[in-house]
Ligand binder design. Sequence first.
Ligand code: ARG
Length: 460
Amino acid sequence: KTNQQWGGRFSEPTDAFVARFTASVDFDRRLYKQDIQGSVAHARMLAKVGVLTEDERDAIIRGLGEVRVEIERGEFEWSVALEDVHMNIEAALTKKIGITGKKLHTGRSRNDQVATDIRLYLRDEIDLILAEISRLQQGLLDLAEQEADTIMPGFTHLQTAQPVTFGHHLLAWFEMLSRDYERFADCRKRVNILPLGAAALAGTTYPIDRAYTAELLQFDAPAGNSLDAVSDRDFAIEFCAASSLLLMHMTRMSEELVLWTSAQFNFINLPDRFCTGSSIMPQKKNPDVPELVRGKSGRVYGHLMALLTLMKSQPLAYNKDNQEDKEPLFDTVDTVKGCLRAFGDMIPAIESRKPEMREAALRGFSTATDLADYLVRKGVAFRDAHEIVGLSVAYGIKTGKDLGEMTLEELQQFSDTIAADVFDVLTLEGSVAARNHIGGTAPDQVRGAVIRGRDLLSAR
Ligand code: ARG
């Protein structure tokens, strides 16, 4: 026989290169735990419906347990000739318990087996990722609370726009992550469906009990169509899409952290333990963690494209193409977990440089809109107010003065509606405190949003 598991109809052994080329064991061995977990449930189900005896079931479960221990001790001998994790484990089982091991694959195919393994794997990884997102969000809430009163310039077009509180800025990141959390949680619902029972593609002739297998493996339900169950990897694509959006958000945070740590901004300090130095320039302290997270988005987006392309135009049902789902998926999981862990540790350690942030907000006429709003409250039409403030700013640029630094007389050159009370609105504190509505930047709103954020996290 040319191959233990399927060699019956073959008249020559597989070409040595083809065997290596088509084998997946080098990477799919990562699924050994799920493979065994799925096999144990399958064996229990087969015994329940009378296809296996209870003794056979127990022998299989015991044998699989021993295989698992061997794998975990690093004593298991993985064989490329046995192609993949599934056949490696099954062959080892049969070697241990004899003919009964050969009965495990009754009513099952590697097609529904591998789909089950990936779903079990991804479900657990999603749970870990959800927990890590929550931890990062927790860190953001704590920092936002500390920084509720810290004033910094807010930007549009990366030009100074209006003063905001640093806490409010951090809570913008919190919101992005809340949507990411929901996307992963929603993706999990479609991951948590049981393919087993679909067998190769058409189902099986044995009196299987798929609801029982689903219950044993804590799947929400058996897949509704056997052809679909063995073939689609949309759940993995969806996971990569959720991961891409998360990484996209993290690149935005990264970009700002990199800018803020630069000498030109100097808004924050990242503790040394999150940075590295230069081998030539002794003065350097580089924000490697956010830079690397920004860079890692590339591979995650790439994996999304890879999986979309992998699935594109595949006819029903299973095709070998799908073996290519694993490496992109595994690397996405590893990358997402790594980035979340790094950020979860680093974000709470951010140290703000409050005087520098405040100083930056004083430059760039950040209270210009406040002055316009002040004029509107005094009865000036908004477009006219805009023009008046524009002229004041032009004067400020010429004379090197911010609006708050001008005298009343100077301001009155542009409108005699301006009175001494104008200075209340030209201060940074007055500007942020005035934006006191849900979603606004006022310190009180930041504190309220932190409380709501904590409620959200504790309800998860
Ligand atoms: N190693 C395969 C995969 O990852 C398992 C399923 C193989 N099925 C088959 N009919 N060749 O997709």
